[in-house]
Design a protein around this ligand. Structure first.
Ligand SMILES: [Zn+2]
Length: 308
């Protein structure tokens, strides 16, 4: 599939998404590189796209990922829309140009390829990976990170949707992303793991209601993002720490990237909606979600750039 034929207003299969990654890398080969983080438990590629302007200025990295929870289809769709928009407009839209001047962008649309494939072929509401560790299939990949792993807000029951796994980083997809981030760790200063739904821009901690030392700046960045996002379509987001704004969850991505990889501006973002459609968000909301979230990213990137 050519990048030009890709319909950003529809949900896409894993195969279509991977084709899109390849075609964008071909079309914009001077500023993009594909990276294959690992193969999934069932052997599917876990692809990412790095977008980096050719200018010589040294830049920090900014990581955007979606699809860690497979049924949250708006997350990959929004990440793809934003990356596509940045690439199609980096020469014509000053704000996109500014994004590439400030940061190198690491885009990973589908962190949990096996789960995502399963939501298309068998069970639309599947959330976990598809690994086999016990009586039931799959681990919650956002309870599997090696930071206060399985202390609270996670389950040791393999049949639970919040199963933390037999040990931290048991999931090849989670371990793969963490290892990859560690190789770039000096470089990356912004990280967002996109989820749905609830319309929340959340910073650490997830494992405790106590707030980290950088909370004020992390939350200010979130506040800037929410304000810019709301200006596009009037969509209201709230910001705050994960444990305080949604629920306690240990072993989540943003806690690990902040505490262990030293990424000060680490977030988990819950995209549209607030429950009317929930995980089954109609496709006609993809582009509005992409447009507003991208403005949130523009505002947050500026904030981080000025408050390193
Ligand atoms: Zn989620």
């Amino acid at each position: 599939m050519e990048g030009d034929d890709f319909d950003y207003g529809k949900y896409h299969t894993l195969e279509e998404i991977n084709d899109w990654v390849q075609s964008m890398a071909m079309k914009y080969k001077t500023i993009t590189t594909i990276f294959n983080i690992t193969n999934s438990y069932e052997g599917r590629p876990l692809l990412g796209l790095k977008i980096s302007s050719q200018s010589e200025i040294e830049r920090k990295g900014f990581w955007l990922e979606g699809g860690i929870h497979s049924r949250e289809w708006i997350a990959p769709a929004t990440v793809i829309y934003m990356a596509g928009y940045i690439l199609d407009h980096y020469n014509s839209d000053p704000e996109m140009m500014a994004l590439l001047d400030m940061f190198d962008w690491y885009i990973v649309p589908v962190v949990n390829p096996d789960g995502y494939e399963y939501t298309w072929s068998k069970d639309r509401m599947w959330r976990k990976t598809r690994s086999r560790h016990g009586a039931c299939i799959g681990v919650d990949p956002n309870r599997n990170w090696d930071m206060e792993w399985c202390k609270s807000g996670a389950s040791k029951d393999p049949c639970s949707d919040e199963y933390c796994g037999p040990f931290a980083f048991s999931e090849v997809e989670v371990k793969g992303v963490a290892d990859y981030i560690m190789t770039q760790t000096k470089n990356i200063t912004g990280f967002i793991d996109f989820h749905s739904y609830s319309q929340l821009w959340m910073s650490p901690w997830g494992y405790t209601k106590e707030l980290p030392t950088d909370f004020k700046q992390q939350d200010e960045g979130g506040m800037e993002a929410c304000a810019a996002l709301e200006r596009v379509n009037g969509t209201k987001y709230e910001h705050g720490s994960i444990a305080n704004i949604i629920y306690i969850a240990s072993g989540s991505s943003a806690d690990w990237t902040y505490a262990k990889a030293g990424i000060k501006y680490s977030y988990g973002v819950e995209l549209r909606d607030t429950g009317k459609y929930g995980f089954l968000l109609p496709a006609d909301q993809i582009i509005p979600s992409g447009q507003e979230t991208l403005q949130g990213i523009v505002a947050l990137a500026k904030y981080i750039y000025n408050n390193k």
